[in-house]
Design a protein around this ligand. Sequence first.
Ligand code: ADE
Ligand code: ZN
Ligand code: ZN
Length: 325
Amino acid sequence: MKSRAISKWIPWVGLLSVTLGSHAGAWGEEGHQIVGTIAMTRLTPQARAAIIELLGNDDLAKAGLWADQIRGDSKYDWAKPLHYVNAPRNENSIVLERDCAKGECVVGAITRFLAVATDSTKPIEERREALKFAIHFIGDLHQPLHAGYADDMGGNRIQVIAFGDMKTNLHALWDSVLIHHKSQGDWRGLAKALETDMPPKEVAQWEGNLDPLVWGNESRAITRVIYSDLPADAKIGQQYYESNFPTVARRLAAGGVRLAAALNKTFAAYKPAIKNDDRAVSPVRSSTDSPADKPADKPADKPAQQPAPIPIVIPAVVPAPVSAP
Ligand code: ADE
Ligand code: ZN
Ligand code: ZN
């Protein structure tokens, strides 16, 4: 990790010290929304059009949450191992044959789902879900502990106490707690600050590396540092936050930049299936997902679910690409 560069471009760490409420989840809702928000500002018009066609809107912050919202639905149990990649403790790097057999890990899933999202031979619902999975998993893979160790479930089994009295675990600390300690719930503000402070050289480096295996190995390297720097008494205080938040910030920023770059590349040759005029549903930003089973600890700062979500009716009307070259 280049901690020198990190501390230079995040000048505002360490300003807050309020104890958190009970936010926990995967890269957490705030993390995924920040990644999606950063990505949204960087889409090419073509990628944006393709995303609107598939999702009904270009709200990547919201789309990135779906893969966690369906976790309680047994229909999607097959997707549970796709949120992470683990490698043995003594290994520095991920080896796909060993750690991601048959592409059954977050690294393989990203490539596969991006391909499905643009595959016009697939049913539209499958493509839509594939896009939402890909958006979420690109975020996940930038959370260092999503490239962790199987024996403690990526740090989920390591109990820590944060900021005096908050019982949590190492994974949740990095998914949510450190982010929330900074944002205090204003994830939009934090996304904006990250966008503003991104150094162009780092951005170019992130964009130049669009191989999910590289992202996973970056996370893996950070994971090793996280374990070696873990306080023996498992007490996480302001000092830990101040020295580690720059890494969190950098991974969120890299995740957002790469999400946009990956989508821009994926949809670069994408031909819209329907003209805007023929669109069945206009691309408004509204709640279009069905409210899936949510864990009981759903954060309270979310807007109320709409009672009867309007289904997107996009390309029932997509013409089958029979004559496409
Ligand atoms: N479950 C098992 N390993 C995990 C990891 N690295 N991240 C999240 N959940 C996990
Ligand atoms: Zn997680
Ligand atoms: Zn996840």
